[in-house]
Design a protein around this ligand. Structure first.
Ligand code: ADP
Ligand code: F6P
Length: 329
């Protein structure tokens, strides 16, 4: 078992996510309460390699729990992908007395954390991504705020779509994963939910449904399209040409990553940040905090990265039923 730590560093890495600030606050305050010193590393691994390291105290995380983004900034860093970069980063941690590190980010960031752990820095990952695509955990910080933001935006598009009797394709984020699309698709009552994990590329089927529902007098047709499928603009053109129904594409984009975190994100981020510090205080390293089957827990990073996550079959089946497609066919 690794040594107990005396100074804890915290960084955010990869895409930002609402709730990251709540996690930073929890790391800082829990570490201080446990008698540890804390340093904030700005701009993820990029900032670590440039020694952008600041002292953190109780006040430095005041008034941030309600804020979107990350006060520590975030970045993606190519240099850190190299062995040389990783060795340099570990040496910088040691130079600054950082013997424990909390990395708030996604799978990529955890791969980096694992490398630092192997180089003698005790590291713990905290899942922060709007994509919900980390297999070891049922919850990732930022997802709840992002789906609520997207849901509200889709409701608004639906209003104008109905007024103009249009078809609307709304593209949501998620990289290669369809969780945001699935949740919004269900929550917004979409007629089509296109997920990278499920889509059969049968655009003709969609076209037939639009024509049929138009004949039945339906005023709008909402298609929630996951980023992993993409091509929303060209899809809209093809659908309009084939159905004669005016079709518009809206790509929600980065607005989904911003905004004040929901209560759920603040709560999970707070517990997960604190839990990460407590793992370090127990001398643990190379682990990821997770929420699995209703409980906060942790996994070896290796084990966590080897896990696979897939769209829940029952949820998907119900999404298809609720879209109305399976009724009266
Ligand atoms: P996320 O953490 O959201 O999945 P990325 O995949 O962009 O985001 O990863 C964030 C950063 O983590 C990368 O820019 C890189 O610096 C580091 N990283 C990603 N993959 C690895 C890896 N295999 N080894 C070391 N560092 C990595
Ligand atoms: O991982 C979060 C995420 O917002 C994905 O949903 C999206 O694919 C990606 O990041 C966008 O990254 P960037 O901010 O670099 O455009």
């Amino acid at each position: 078992m690794a040594q107990e730590v005396s100074m804890i560093g915290v960084l955010t890495s990869g895409g930002d996510a609402p709730g990251m600030n709540a996690a930073i606050r929890a790391v800082v305050r829990t570490a201080l309460a446990r008698g540890k010193k804390v340093k904030g590393i700005q701009k993820g691994y990029h900032g670590l390699l440039r020694e952008e390291i600041i002292d953190m105290d109780k006040e430095s995380v005041s008034d941030i729990i309600q804020k979107g983004g990350t006060v520590l900034y975030t970045a993606r860093c190519m240099e850190f992908l190299t062995e040389e970069g990783q060795k340099k980063a570990a040496a910088i941690c040691k130079k600054h007395g950082i013997d424990g590190l909390v990395v708030i980010g996604g799978d990529g960031s955890f791969r980096g954390a694992q490398k630092l752990a192997h180089l003698g820095i005790n590291t713990i990952g905290v899942p922060g991504t709007i994509d919900l695509d980390i297999a070891c955990t049922d919850y990732t910080i930022g997802f709840d705020t992002a789906v609520n933001t997207a849901m509200e935006a889709i409701d608004k598009v639906r209003d104008t779509s109905t007024s103009h009797e249009r078809c609307s394709i709304i593209e949501v984020m998620g990289r290669h994963a369809g969780y945001i699309a699935l949740w919004c698709g269900i929550a917004n009552g979409a007629e089509e939910i296109l997920l990278p994990e499920k889509y059969d590329n049968d655009e003709q089927k969609i076209i037939n449904h639009i024509i049929m529902s138009r004949k039945k007098g339906k005023k709008h047709y909402i298609i929630v399209n996951a980023e992993g499928i993409g091509h929303s603009a060209s899809m809209a053109k093809r659908i309009e040409a084939a159905t004669g129904v005016e079709t518009r594409a809206t790509i929600l984009g980065h607005m989904q990553r911003g905004g004040s975190p929901t209560c759920m994100d603040r709560m999970y981020a707070s517990i997960m940040g604190a839990y990460a510090v407590d793992l370090l205080c127990q001398g643990k390293s190379c682990r990821v905090v997770a929420h699995k089957d209703g409980k906060f827990t942790d996994f070896e990073i290796d084990e966590a990265l080897a896990m696979k996550k897939s769209i829940d079959e029952y949820q998907y089946e119900i999404s298809q039923i609720l879209s109305g497609r399976k009724i009266g066919e």
